[in-house]
Design a protein around this ligand. Structure first.
Ligand SMILES: NC(=O)c1ccc[n+]([C@@H]2O[C@H](COP(=O)([O-])OP(=O)(O)OC[C@H]3O[C@@H](n4cnc5c(N)ncnc54)[C@H](OP(=O)(O)O)[C@@H]3O)[C@@H](O)[C@H]2O)c1
Length: 291
């Protein structure tokens, strides 16, 4: 099986490329190699490339910037995935496309299932939802995987920012009234091959996130606890609390609750994702304990 990863320079794409190189015939296109805002370029590069499976991990992920660059957001996050899907259909290749918990409005207080109605409250969420629809309109057997709060070793995210601040500052805090669950890129990489080999059995939208639920403050505090446990020197003694209303610099609205239910994934594969606490502990042991 020949695999192509688009967005291979990003947090998720880089992890997928590295992990799959160990086992598969895989090539990656980073932003400079395939620009999703140039649809002619996308067609030209990908039509000339052979593959059986295309994984799209590229997206315009800056949630605030999407508010002021709506056209660009829709071009990269919505139109381009539709083009990728049509290229895959012509090549009879499979497509796995990534989406987000931000397609939900956050009004629910129980994990969102694939059957829950999406109702985005930001341009980023709207553009990602339109991307899902464009992918599934081309071929309803394609797979859209929604993930949340992605973290991993290939590009710093919230958790790395918190650890850096805890190393530099005596006082740190994080938002305590916004809830979801972190998703570890290496767990996504390990989960995905189940979908390669049983093409057709799994399709449509599937949620994948590490299980459990937390606020950003709980996530940050657990990261602090894990760092403390493995001997990472920290100046801060604990993680204090902030509220969403304190975030004066946010441009986009964000859902206050966007936990994704992994029940469908678990039913399809027979294996639940591990808990977010286990995934974070593993990440810190592996990538911070010797720093
Ligand atoms: N990060 C999260 O917390 C999160 C949460 C939920 C869902 N997701 C979804 O998960 C997927 C992977 O996200 P991630 O965390 O890996 O984000 P990321 O690190 O921002 O990666 C996105 C990649 O897309 C590339 N990209 C941006 N514009 C592009 C364009 N016009 N053409 C080609 N490539 C372009 C970026 O390149 P540059 O860096 O050079 O711009 C980057 O390499 C995305 O579908 C995202 O929507 C992410």
């Amino acid at each position: 099986m020949k695999i192509v990863v688009v967005g291979s320079g990003g947090r998720l794409g880089a992890a997928l490329l590295r992990e799959y190189r160990k086992k598969y015939d895989v090539a990656g296109f980073n932003h400079a190699q395939v620009d999703l805002s140039n649809l002619d370029d996308v067609r030209e590069r990908l039509c000339a490339t052979n593959f059986d499976l295309l994984i799209n991990a590229a997206a315009f992920t800056n949630v605030d910037l999407c508010e002021t660059e709506r056209d660009r957001a829709f071009l990269i996050n919505a139109e381009a995935p539709g083009v990728l899907a049509r290229i895959c259909r012509e090549k009879r290749a499979k497509l796995i496309h990534f989406s987000t918990d931000y397609v939900f409005d956050g009004q629910k207080r129980a994990p969102y299932t694939e059957e829950d109605e999406a109702n985005p409250i930001s341009v980023y969420g709207e553009s990602k939802l339109a991307g899902e629809k464009n992918v599934l309109a081309a071929e309803n057997r394609y797979l859209v995987i929604r993930v949340s709060w992605v973290f991993g070793p290939d590009r710093p995210s919230f958790i790395d920012g918190i650890i850096k601040r805890a190393q530099e500052d005596e006082t740190i805090d994080a938002i305590a009234d916004k809830f979801s669950a972190p998703t570890y890129t290496l767990d996504i990489a390990a989960a995905l091959p189940r979908f390669f080999t049983r093409a057709g059995d799994y399709d449509g939208i599937v949620h994948f996130a590490n299980t459990g639920r937390c606020s950003w403050q709980e996530y940050a505090q657990w990261a602090w606890d894990c760092c403390h446990e493995v001997g990472v020197p920290l100046k801060a003694k604990t993680v204090g609390t902030l509220k969403m209303k304190d975030m004066a610099n946010w441009v986009a609205r964000r859902p206050v609750y966007s936990v994704l239910s992994a029940a469908k994934y678990t039913e399809l594969t027979g294996t639940p994702p591990r808990t977010w606490r286990d995934a974070v502990a593993d990440y810190i042991t592996r990538f911070y304990s010797k720093k």
